[in-house]
Write a protein that binds this ligand. Structure first.
Ligand SMILES: C[S@@+](CC[C@H](N)C(=O)[O-])C[C@H]1O[C@@H](n2cnc3c(N)ncnc32)[C@H](O)[C@@H]1O
Length: 273
């Protein structure tokens, strides 16, 4: 596809460009030590990459007997951890075939049963409607979504009545800051209210933090209020919302500051109606 035009990209063009960029990133992640340690880790029974916050919240909701979906699951490291924590089933959705293949390899390493479904998240086939007790979204998903209401409508569609959407995300205030450590206290270099997509041509190797000449990708800034109101307006009742000072992604250098920014949050919605 050509991305040289000056007028704003359509939602479909953004999604198509991002898919190519994510598929391209998979080979870079495979070269990283973290890939080897995931393969080794999942070979051990009960292995989990989930931190204490996510583990405790999921255990409080209860995983036993639950059909769990992860939306935008990447290599499924979190989904497979949830299965190891005791969910009845695990289904991962993502548009990047290359990452789903990695998820299959991790599942095979541990003999973990999981299903993987490739495609744009908003085009999940109707066969999955009303199938899940719990849908999970973690670390770096919303910024890829040109339309949050559409995303939450999809999540709602695949949940059973009363099913829950569990969100554990980077705090959107982080959009204002470069994700690399430049030394010293973090300084904002973007507006929280930026409305144009943010284009990156240096790739998605956030594991190695290594740039490469990449296909462009587009990141959308969503405010905390956008997330909350899109969730509520799509037919979810908020059951839990908490902001945290701890990093869950690439912002370890922004922890333990004298004037601490929120770095992550948990938001849980229950499907109403
Ligand atoms: C930052 S990763 C999620 C990382 C994961 N939570 C983890 O920590 O390992 C975001 C994922 O969203 C997927 N994605 C982005 N836009 C998507 C779309 N429109 N449909 C399906 N998957 C999408 C990408 O392929 C990528 O795997």
């Amino acid at each position: 596809m050509s991305l040289t035009k000056d007028e704003p990209l359509t939602k479909d063009e953004i999604v198509a460009a991002n898919r190519e960029s994510w598929n391209e990133a998979a080979a870079h992640h495979r070269e990283h030590d973290q890939w080897a340690s995931l393969l080794k880790g999942f070979a051990e029974p009960g292995f989990s990459v989930l931190d204490a916050t996510m583990t405790a919240r999921l255990q409080a909701i209860g995983l036993e007997g639950k059909a769990v979906a992860q939306l935008c699951c990447n290599n499924a490291r979190e989904l497979l951890s949830i299965k190891n924590l005791g969910s009845a089933s695990a289904t991962g959705f993502d548009f990047a075939q290359e990452f789903l293949d990695q998820g299959r390899e991790l599942a095979a390493a541990g003999g973990i049963e999981a299903d993987f479904v490739q495609g744009d998240i908003n085009e999940i086939p109707a066969d999955y409607d009303g199938r899940f007790d719990l849908a999970v979204v973690t670390i770096g998903v919303f910024g890829w979504m040109p339309d949050l209401a559409q995303f939450f409508a999809t999540a709602r569609r695949i949940l059973k009545p009363g099913g829950r959407l569990f969100i554990y995300e980077d705090h959107p205030i982080l959009n204002m800051y470069d994700d690399r450590d430049s030394g010293g206290p973090p300084q904002p270099d973007e507006s929280y209210f930026r409305s144009e997509p943010y284009r990156t041509d240096t790739g998605l190797d956030y594991w190695a933090e290594k740039d490469y000449a990449a296909k462009p990708n587009y990141w959308i800034f969503h405010k905390m209020s956008d997330v909350i109101m899109a969730l509520v307006n799509t037919g979810f009742a908020i059951e839990d919302f908490e902001e945290f000072p701890h990093n869950i992604g690439t912002r370890g250098h922004m922890e333990n500051q004298p004037h601490q920014l929120p770095l992550s949050y948990v938001l849980v919605g229950r499907k109403e109606g």
